[in-house]
Design a binder for this molecule. Structure first.
Ligand code: DC
Length: 656
């Protein structure tokens, strides 16, 4: 497991750069199977490394196919010229439809005893139409669970030498693809007629192109009948390169279209054989600016900055169309995706899943048997905290919804590990082309001047400002008002969760009452450093603090801004001054406000707080590595502000 149980994507500001795509899943698994069935040896380059290709590689190895890993993404497959050497085996094929369906067909025509099973979701995905077609050729296939669904058992049978069979094309195009790839195992010619409207036609094109590459020419009569000639046999092409994955390209192109761009993907382009490259037509229709070369595509946002809703038949781009549904969150008007009934039998019921998750953003969603319609009525529908996205063990749900981080709040993706099905490094690749809403973290001890400096830096940059200490002060104030002792961790954490906090200019509001002056008292500062010791309180306030990260940027001051709350801050400053100077500054501040003050008491109190803040076990005050130390003992406020701004500007100018 590479990723934790969830990943928090911060709100994203922009996207720009180049992503090198991993190999196509559809092409990788087809090439592996055809190499295994071939006469001769095939060297495969740029093969996708993922759960689904591992399933196919392991399956073929179990069947006795010799496959050498050549390092990197290269493999050498020694073809077994038609029949698999191992005649009796059990294969566990996870949730890989691109392995399960083609292996079912190939093994049914191979004359052995095989048992094929997968994860529970695989056992809910239909396979009956493929089994029916194979049975018409004489294959002996039995269902071990529910009729029409895996797991399956296959037995040797007397197969017909060819002939004419029908297969349904309106549930999954993988049934036809699987059948076509297996048919050269029979000696005679076979004509496959398609019953019902064939869906996802571009995937059939990939199948035919791959079969041709391995020496088998399928004759096609429109989309209704396909003939595999007598005596067809697969011949290793020597060396093959796997194209980049066009479905995976959709996330990066959408990032460019939403986040400014240009974002370029390398590995697919107008020479691609994958139907999902036509996703760019849909994105262009939404207003994105698209340019293409033979093996690259680039996308930028529309000149107006906003995408437009579209109404589109997506039958030809079933996988990439999911990305359009998330683009709809950033489009004016309604986006309707039609003719997508196949979504219901994929890794999860993708229409239901997509509708449920889009609604978490306040989107208006309508869905039916074969369509999805999404609009994002107005900015006020926007949520105030990051939606938590369920991913249903579906890699595309996780990847699609990462794009939602271009909204106000960022997003939490649950079970991000599911991307390993087709794109194990997805989140790292995405991080390389996106820029998060920048945070300048200014940490330091009490009365170091960090609040004033942070506020002025925010003003100069037009950024939002967070005084995180005020949250702890507010909590201690609220606790005092409600008579809650400062060591009652659970009660304080509950209180922290439900207090309504608002900052307006120099004023602070707690549950709609102005508390600006109360917050500044020395007493609330001391109490704050006591409630700040409690881990449960800090955990609740963490989320509230992160919610302040909004476009175009945030300056946040406190003790753990750089270490805990915004560890990815663009600039980290540790602002300090000697305790004596801080006590003096605080004294002046209090006297100016007409409050009582005694300098030696203040010095004592500051030293005690420094000690408590830096010695506590959770989120202690510290200068984290990478933070710039700024001692303001002999600096004016203006000089300190200039210093921070200069560092920020020099950093923003740095490449990358
Ligand atoms: O910054 P301040 O003096 O207003 O903070 C008051 C107390 O709140 C401080 O003594 C410790 C606590 N605090 C914290 O623990 N973490 C923060 N990010 C900010 C303040």
């Amino acid at each position: 497991m590479k990723y934790p149980d969830h990943i928090d994507l911060p709100p994203l500001l922009s996207a720009r750069g180049t992503a090198r795509l991993p190999g196509s899943k559809s092409i990788s698994n087809r090439i592996l199977l055809l190499s295994a069935l071939s006469h001769g040896t095939t060297e495969i380059h740029d093969l996708l490394h993922s759960d689904d290709t591992d399933v196919m590689l392991n399956g073929l190895r179990t069947l006795g196919v010799s496959i050498e890993a050549l390092g990197g993404h290269s493999y050498r497959v020694h073809g077994c010229a038609g029949g698999f050497p191992v005649k009796e085996a059990g294969l566990f094929l996870g949730n890989a439809g691109t392995a399960f369906r083609p292996l079912t067909a190939a093994l049914a025509l191979s004359g052995g005893c095989y048992r094929l099973s997968g994860v529970p979701r695989m056992h809910e995905r239909p396979i009956g139409d493929l089994v029916d077609a194979l049975r018409r050729l004489g294959a002996d296939i039995r269902y071990l669970g529910t009729e029409g669904f895996p797991p399956l058992e296959i037995y040797p049978a007397s197969l017909s030498s060819g002939g004419r069979i029908m297969v349904r094309g309106d549930v999954s195009s993988q049934f036809l693809s699987s059948l076509l790839m297996a048919l050269p195992l029979l000696p005679g010619a076979t004509i496959v007629g398609v019953e019902g409207e064939l869906i996802s036609k571009p995937y059939i094109d990939i199948t035919l192109a791959m079969m041709a590459r391995f020496g088998v020419q399928v004759a096609r009569d429109g989309w209704s009948s396909f003939t595999v000639p007598a005596g067809s046999r697969y011949t290793a092409p020597g060396m093959v390169h796997v194209e980049g994955d066009a479905s995976s390209a959709s996330y990066f192109l959408a990032a460019g279209a939403i986040g400014g761009g240009p974002v370029r993907v390398e590995g697919v382009g107008h020479d691609s054989i994958q139907g999902d490259v036509r996703f760019v037509e849909a994105l262009r229709q939404m207003g994105a600016h698209i340019t293409m070369g033979p093996n690259w595509i680039e996308a930028s946002a529309p000149e107006s900055g906003r995408l437009q809703g579209i109404d589109l038949d997506c039958n030809h781009i079933p996988d990439a169309a999911m990305t359009l549904a998330v683009c709809a969150l950033f489009a004016d008007g309604v986006t309707t995706l039609r003719n997508i009934a196949s979504w219901r039998v994929k890794e999860t019921d993708r229409i239901d899943a997509m509708a449920a998750e889009l609604r978490k953003f306040g989107a208006k969603v309508e869905d039916g048997a074969d369509f999805l319609s999404v609009s994002f009525p107005c900015a006020t529908a926007a949520v105030s905290r990051p939606p938590v996205i369920d991913t249903y063990d579906d890699h595309r749900m996780a990847m699609c919804f990462s794009l939602a981080a271009f909204g106000q709040t960022g997003v939490r993706i649950k079970d991000p590990q599911c991307v390993a099905k087709t794109f194990p490094d997805y989140f790292e690749c995405l991080a390389r082309v996106v820029k998060a809403v920048p945070v300048i973290a200014i940490d330091g001890p009490s009365a170091s001047g960090k609040g004033t400096v942070a506020q002025r830096v925010a003003e100069a940059l037009g950024f939002h400002y967070l005084d995180s200490g005020a949250l702890y002060r507010m909590l201690s104030l609220a606790a005092r008002q409600q008579g809650i002792a400062l060591d009652r961790e659970d009660q304080l954490a509950d209180l922290a969760g439900c207090m309504e906090i608002r900052f307006e200019g120099a004023d602070s509001w707690l549950d709609d009452v102005r508390v600006t002056d109360e917050l500044r008292s020395e007493e609330s500062a001391v109490d704050a450093s006591v409630v700040a010791l409690l881990p449960a309180v800090r955990a609740v306030l963490l989320e509230k603090q992160r919610a302040f990260r909004r476009k175009p940027g945030l300056v946040a001051d406190g003790r753990d801004m750089a270490s805990v709350v915004f560890p990815d801050a663009a600039l980290k400053i540790f602002l300090t001054a000697s305790a004596e100077i801080r006590a003096e500054r605080r004294y002046k501040q209090l006297i100016e406000k007409g409050m009582n003050a005694n300098i030696s008491n203040l010095l004592k109190s500051i030293r005690e707080r420094d000690e408590r803040d830096s010695q506590r076990s959770v989120a202690p005050m510290q200068q984290v590595s990478g933070a710039v130390l700024l001692d303001t003992s002999s600096l004016t406020v203006a000089q300190a502000v200039q210093e921070v701004l200069a560092r920020y500007h020099s950093m923003s100018e740095m490449p990358g």
